[in-house]
Design a protein around this ligand. Structure first.
Ligand code: ZN
Length: 289
C-alpha cells in the first residue's frame, strides 16, 4: 500500500467519524429531543438534555398492525329468529324435529308489536347490523338465513349451521311476546340436558353474562321484569340450544307487547345500539374479559 493510498484511507476515516459525531451533536438533534423523555428524566428542559442517540432506521410501520381485536379471525354465527315466510308456511314450520330431548315444531312465526312491527323483521335487521360491525372488526360471520322472505330453516338446522361453522360463538336474536305490563330483555342460555349442551353450558353462561352486561349498559333496556333472574334465564327446552356444540345464547331484546319496549325495538337507532351491544358482549367473551 502506498503512502498516498494510506493517507486517503486515514482521511476517509476522519471524515466518516466527523460526520457521525456531527450527526449526534447537531443543533437539529438537540431541538428534536422528545419533551416526554425530558419529563421522564425529571423535567429537564430540552436544551439541558444529553444529546439523544441517533434515531434508528424507521421501522416498517406500514406493516405494523394495531393490537388485534379478539374478533379478528373468529367465526361468529348470527341466528335471526323466525323468518318472514314462516307465517304463510304453517305446514312446513309445524313439522316436528328432534331437539335432543324430544320433538318440537320446526319453528314458529314469532311475535309482533301491537303496532304491527313483526319480530322477524326486528331480528333480521339487528342481525344485519351486527354482521356489518363484526365484519368491520375482522370476524367471519355466518347467518342462519340469507333473507327475510322465505320460511325456515328449522331450529335443528339453525343449530347445525353453528356447529358446522365451528363457530366461536352463536347469538340467536329474538324479541319476546310477553305480558303487556312486563318490560325488559333477557338472555337464554343452555342447561345440561343433552351431551352437547352439557359440554357448552359453562361457556354459554359466560357468553350470556357478557351479552347481558353489554346490552343493559349500551342500550339502556332494563332486564326483564317478568322472566328470568337479572336478565338471565337457563333453558333446557330449546332445540337451538340443546343441539348446539358451540357456545350459544338466545337474546330476547325486549318485550314487543309492551308499549315502551315496542317503541324502542321499532326504532332503527335503538337496533343499532342492540348490534353494538351484541358485538361488545362477543368481544368481552372472546377476549376472556
Ligand atoms: Zn322469537
Amino acid at each position: 500500500m502506498t503512502t498516498s493510498v494510506r493517507r486517503s484511507i486515514v482521511l476517509a476515516v476522519v471524515v466518516l467519524l466527523a460526520s457521525v459525531t456531527g450527526c449526534t451533536s447537531s443543533t437539529d438533534d438537540r431541538s428534536s429531543v422528545d419533551p416526554a423523555a425530558s419529563i421522564e428524566r425529571g423535567g429537564d428542559p430540552p436544551a439541558a438534555a444529553e444529546p439523544s442517540a441517533p434515531t434508528p432506521p424507521t421501522a416498517p410501520t406500514a406493516t405494523t398492525t394495531e393490537p388485534s381485536s379478539p374478533l379478528v379471525g373468529r367465526t361468529i354465527v348470527l341466528d335471526p329468529g323466525h323468518a318472514g315466510g314462516n307465517a304463510t308456511h304453517a305446514a312446513e314450520i309445524s313439522r316436528e324435529v328432534f331437539i335432543g330431548t324430544g320433538w318440537k315444531a320446526c319453528d314458529t312465526s314469532g311475535t309482533q308489536t301491537h303496532g304491527g312491527y313483526p319480530e322477524h323483521v326486528h331480528n333480521w335487521d339487528v342481525a344485519r347490523r351486527t354482521e356489518a360491525l363484526l365484519r368491520a372488526a375482522g370476524a367471519e360471520v355466518v347467518l342462519t338465513r340469507t333473507d327475510d322472505d322465505r320460511w325456515g330453516p328449522c331450529i335443528d338446522e339453525r343449530a347445525r349451521i353453528g356447529n358446522d361453522a365451528a363457530a366461536d360463538a352463536v347469538v340467536s336474536i329474538h324479541a319476546d311476546g310477553g305480558p303487556d305490563g312486563g318490560r325488559g330483555f333477557h338472555v337464554l342460555h343452555p342447561t345440561a340436558v343433552t351431551p352437547q349442551s352439557a359440554a357448552i353450558a359453562e361457556p354459554s353462561r359466560r357468553l350470556a353474562i357478557a351479552v347481558r352486561d353489554a346490552f343493559g349498559r349500551i342500550t339502556g333496556m332494563p332486564t326483564s321484569t317478568y322472566l328470568g333472574s337479572s336478565g338471565l334465564m337457563p333453558r333446557g327446552d330449546l332445540g337451538g340450544l340443546n343441539l348446539s356444540t358451540v357456545p350459544k345464547v338466545f337474546l330476547e331484546a325486549g318485550n314487543m307487547r309492551n308499549a315502551t319496549d315496542a317503541a324502542l325495538l321499532s326504532d332503527p337507532g335503538f337496533r343499532q345500539a342492540e348490534a353494538e351491544a351484541i358485538v361488545t358482549g362477543l368481544v368481552v367473551f372472546l377476549g376472556g374479559g
